[in-house]
Design a binder for this molecule. Structure first.
Ligand code: ADP
Ligand code: MG
Length: 253
């Protein structure tokens, strides 16, 4: 689909084969929206006929005005919202249609999410933020030590190695965003979903965060979807998905 998967690309750090990683086909999402005058339930269509295909090492930018369905698109891709119609496939497996428990498991194994609202835990040091999921999953002993090492590497990768002992309130907004990104990547997901990563940052720090997202997308061969309302940051993307009123306007390579 793009030149990012040609022989010139750096060798992947893992053995993942090339090919599509995230694929949305004809996705429709509606929400209940009150009732008609005659009492019949009304629905609002938030996404309609949305299709997209994002490969390994590829970054897709999702652009669109407020309320156009960008966050909903990410929620569907994450399996957090089940569409009324259409399918979502991650790594060849269909998320839609799976029972909730399996969908959750597939999400944990294959998808990293950076939410729009910062959600670092205030009392945990940076290194521990990356191990919350491991702790919750009951990982102990040698496996936990391995995850600790992986977390330290990922913090280095995002330029936060020197801040491992800090608490969130001791970091700048850009640094917190880097920790969020490291946390989303620590389990080495196939897909990275990022909602407006630069909305709270100034120009320079926004640029640095987008550059970091591009770099980790290439190096870790992850399929990244980044929501932004800044056209400047979409210029670096391999693919731009423009949303208006829940419909994809154009998809450019
Ligand atoms: P964006 O991220 O582009 O600002 P969203 O995906 O958050 O847009 O929302 C798209 C539309 O869907 C908005 O009109 C919003 O009010 C509506 N919406 C989003 N989530 C819900 C929900 N859980 N229930 C009802 N309406 C929702
Ligand atoms: Mg949004």
């Amino acid at each position: 689909m793009t030149s990012t998967r040609t022989a010139a690309a750096p060798a992947p750090a893992d053995s993942r084969p090339p090919g599509e990683v995230l694929r949305l086909d004809g996705v429709r999402v509606t929400y209940p929206d009150g009732r008609e005058a005659d009492g019949t339930p009304r629905t609002a269509t938030v996404l309609d006929a949305a299709s997209a295909d994002i490969g390994r090492g590829e970054l897709a930018a999702v652009l669109g005005p407020s309320g156009s369905g960008k966050s909903t698109l990410l929620s569907v891709a994450a399996g957090l919202v089940v569409p009324d119609a259409g399918t979502v496939r991650v790594d060849g497996r269909e998320l839609t249609g799976l029972p909730e428990a399996e969908r959750t498991r597939l999400r944990r194994e294959t998808i990293g999410i950076v939410f729009q609202q910062p959600n670092l835990l205030p009392s945990l040091r940076v290194a521990e933020q990356l191990l919350v999921t491991a702790h919750l999953a009951g990982v102990r002993g040698r496996a936990l030590r391995a995850q600790r090492e992986g977390a330290a590497e990922m913090l280095e990768r995002v330029g936060m190695g020197a801040y491992a002992r800090r608490l969130p309130h001791e970091l700048s907004g850009g640094q917190r965003q880097r920790v969020n990104i490291a946390r989303a990547l620590v389990a080495r997901p196939a897909v990275l979903l990022v909602d407006e990563p630069t909305s709270a940052l100034d120009r320079e720090r926004s640029r640095a965060v987008v550059d970091l997202l591009l770099a980790v997308t290439r190096e870790l061969r992850v399929a990244t979807v980044m929501v932004t309302h800044d056209t400047e940051f979409a210029e670096d993307a391999d693919q731009v998905i423009r949303l208006r009123d829940g419909r994809i306007q154009e998809a450019m390579e």
